[in-house]
Write a protein that binds this ligand. Structure first.
Ligand SMILES: [Zn+2]
Length: 249
């Protein structure tokens, strides 16, 4: 497990070299964002202790197994911590894999698990969790949410973007790390959500898989441009992806 601090409020824990969780420092303790896998749970609790504060809140970006897998185990260590997550994806953790009538009826992808810890609160656009503002970013999963730290402009983008294997919008195939693409439900919504996050002008971008970017805006622009061209190519079948883009992304 690798530990990195970014700015005054964010600690990144990386498990198995490719799964990130974050400890967001608040005055009363930490908000743990995502929970990786069950085997990582005790280490998250220990790291919070080493940094001198308890975990007060557990927050998920979305329900995929590599983000929710450790939920029950972490909650067993800190049962007083409040568990909160996006309302739409909370259904998946109960085993309800249905899509709503007003959602694209595309196949759900990625790994899913049922967890028994119940949310104390279901999150919607604009809600707050401590200093974090909730931004709905559907596409990777139907209820995926990102979180903006209003103190310093740090964006926790979950799997709306990846940086492992190159910076990309969720749904863009990256041969060196294709898992985020393989797990993406709807590429069109993912692209819209990426643009929504870019418009926030974040100062940092932390993601579920890969390194944190400081001053990420130009990288986000390039990734959005590539995703847009790929999507156009897929839908119209006549817009070629340039050689330069293939080489650089
Ligand atoms: Zn995911």
């Amino acid at each position: 497990m690798r530990v990195q601090q970014h700015g005054n409020h964010l600690i990144q824990l990386t498990y198995y070299g490719f799964v990130n969780v974050y400890l967001v420092r608040e005055e009363d303790g930490f908000t743990l964002v995502d929970t990786a896998l069950k085997s990582c749970a005790s280490s998250m609790v220990q790291m919070a202790q080493q940094f001198g504060q308890p975990i007060r809140r557990i927050l998920l970006t979305h329900a995929h197994a590599d983000h929710s897998g450790g939920l029950d185990a972490v909650h067993a260590f800190v049962p007083e911590a409040e568990f909160v997550m996006p309302a739409r994806d909370a259904r998946f953790l109960t085993g309800d894999m249905s899509l709503d009538a007003d959602e694209p009826q595309d196949k759900l992808r990625g790994g899913w698990v049922i967890r028994k810890t119940l949310p104390a609160r279901l999150l919607h656009e604009g809600d707050r969790v401590g200093s974090l503002e909730v931004i709905t970013t559907p596409g990777h999963s139907p209820g995926h949410c990102s979180f903006l730290d209003t103190r310093d402009g740090t964006l926790i983008a979950g799997d709306a973007f990846q940086t492992m294997g190159g910076v990309a919008v969720s749904g863009t195939f990256k041969p060196l790390f294709p898992l985020v693409c393989y797990a993406t439900w709807h590429k069109g919504l993912a692209l819209s959500s990426a643009r929504k996050l870019r418009a926030l002008e974040p100062e940092r971008m932390a993601v579920g898989h890969g390194r944190l970017l400081t001053e990420p805006r130009a990288s986000m622009d390039r990734a959005i441009a590539v995703a847009a061209r790929h999507l156009e190519h897929q839908t119209k079948k006549h817009v070629p992806v340039s050689r330069t883009e293939r080489e650089f992304f």
